[in-house]
Ligand binder design. Sequence first.
Ligand SMILES: O=c1ccn([C@H]2C[C@H](O)[C@@H](COP(=O)(O)OP(=O)(O)OP(=O)(O)O)O2)c(=O)[nH]1
Length: 164
Amino acid sequence: MNLQKLFEMQKGLDQHIEQNHNLENENLFDRKVLALLVEIGELANETRCFKFWSVKPSSPQATILEEFVDGIHFMLSLGIETGLSEVDLPSQKQSETEVSMNEQFLKVFGRINDFRTTKSREHFERMIQDYMMLANLLGFSNEDIEQAYISKNEVNYKRQQEGY
Ligand SMILES: O=c1ccn([C@H]2C[C@H](O)[C@@H](COP(=O)(O)OP(=O)(O)OP(=O)(O)O)O2)c(=O)[nH]1
């Protein structure tokens, strides 16, 4: 995945949103962290992976992918906000043991919290790596993610124009 290209697209979108809402001099870090946690909650909800009380199937893959890339938006945005937009991720690590989706969601939540505390490059990379591990469990390839990111990025611009 061409992460650098996505970082550039994210920078443009963030600037556009901040200008539109007169927020250029505001610290948006914690609001973006909460937005990210909420998006990942929405993602978990669409997969229904934790709903042991229900037999209803998960949402279609396309819906799950859309939720997943909302999370990518906020992760990249947090990186930019922290000056970590030059991060180069190592090639995707495969988990050595079979991890459940439930477990991986909880791990990602923990990673986000760690990054919020330290704002370090190391924790930023771990957060993205574990989110990409979740993508793997969900059955998404890097290409799926890149394409879905590009189309949601465009939707986000349109929504700003429409006074969203
Ligand atoms: O500074 C920002 C703020 C938002 N976004 C993007 C991330 C995400 O792709 C979208 C917000 O999520 P969503 O589209 O789910 O918006 P919502 O307001 O939560 O949607 P809804 O009203 O449909 O629940 O805006 C950014 O990229 N940068």
